[in-house]
Write a protein that binds this ligand. Structure first.
Ligand code: UDP
Length: 327
């Protein structure tokens, strides 16, 4: 029978896209999720267990029942702004939650972990592009909790008993090209879905947070990577660990930076709808420019993005906002 993969947080945005791809590749994804931000209807490719990673005993029982080959750990809180307002939630879910999950893995004999980390662990980088060796100096509680979890993985691995790949996502966006899964967050704060919402008339306008940055057009530059590419990187990381690969952290980005205006221009060009905008002050904690050096993921996993050009990102996401994008 198919090798089972326990997907903590598999009802969420990136987790559900990964569960779908796991099933396509012949694995059985077992989704474990507390549905605090995830969506039950996004769990369609294997069993669902309603549970919290902070419940170590429940997670350990789930391991005992399903005997997974590996755990992919997406279950976390992921709003920068909220992490400043409510750091306790972030230390509880992201730090204590990860420790609880790892302890259950050790107890249950799961020795391969794939972890969702973030470019937020780098803070404002001194040098671009961002390499894995770039010093990690997070500037908000969210980034700090992800970095602490990386350190925890590193120390647990060094003591023996497990190996891991920590994947440092840049800006996840886009939606399932087959149209089965979209991007949803409640509240939705991310640029691409908000731009599409504004284009569709669902919100009055798109607030641009700062147009006076030291960038070509004054708006922030990010490395946008399609969620289906991120999902595929998880499968490759899984195969890497199954093949005996050693523990490591990898950037997942394209190596290309795009400004907010470039994203809005793409939405406009492909949907034929103007995105109404309003210029706002800078958002606290936004670094001006972030983009990855994607070389290590290419070298160690053979990973290269396929869907992560802005046109494909906007084309796959637009239908979820009732918009038609021209081919
Ligand atoms: N942004 C914006 N308006 C929005 C949402 C985001 O101007 O409604 C900007 C944000 O300040 C940042 C970039 O778009 O410079 C990407 O933001 P997002 O929240 O999508 O991802 P982040 O970079 O914070 O992970």
């Amino acid at each position: 029978s198919a090798a089972r993969i326990l997907v903590a947080g598999g009802a969420g945005y990136i987790g559900s896209h990964t569960a779908k791809l796991l099933a396509k590749r012949g694995f059985e994804p077992v989704v474990y999720d507390n549905l605090s931000t995830g969506n039950r209807s996004a769990v369609r490719w294997g069993p669902f267990v309603h549970g919290d990673i902070l419940d170590t005993a429940h997670f350990a029982r789930t391991i005992g029942r399903h005997k997974p080959l590996a755990v992919i750990h997406f279950a976390a809180s992921a709003y920068v702004g909220e992490s400043v307002e409510d750091p306790a939630k972030y230390y509880r879910n992201n730090v204590s939650g990860t420790q609880s999950l790892l302890d259950a893995c050790l107890a249950g004999g799961v020795d391969k972990i794939i972890f969702s980390s973030s470019c937020a662990t780098y803070g404002v980088p001194a040098l671009l592009p961002i390499r894995e060796e770039t010093p990690q100096r997070p500037i908000n509680p969210y980034g700090r909790t992800k970095l602490i979890a990386e350190h925890m993985l590193h120390d647990y691995a060094a003591a023996g008993g497990l190996r891991y790949v920590a994947l440092r996502y840049f800006n996840a966006c886009g939606a399932d090209p087959e149209g089965e899964l979209g991007e949803w967050h409640d509240p939705e704060t991310h640029l691409v879905p908000r731009a599409l919402l504004a284009a569709a008339g669902g919100i009055p306008c798109l607030d641009i947070f700062g147009d006076d940055y030291e960038t070509e057009d004054g708006t922030c530059v990010r490395d946008y990577i399609h969620v289906t590419d991120l999902a595929r990187a998880h499968i490759m990381a899984l195969e890497y660990l199954v093949g005996g690969g050693r523990s490591l952290a990898l950037n997942l980005g394209t190596g290309r930076g795009s400004s907010i205006r470039e994203v809005l221009d793409t939405v406009n060009r492909l949907t034929g709808r103007a995105v109404p905008i309003r210029i706002n002050p800078r958002r606290a904690g936004d670094p001006p420019i972030l983009y990855a050096d994607p070389g290590l993921a290419r070298k160690t996993l053979g990973f290269q993005p396929e869907y992560s050009d802005l046109d494909t990102i906007v084309r796959t996401a637009a239908p979820f906002f009732g918009l038609e994008a021209r081919p």
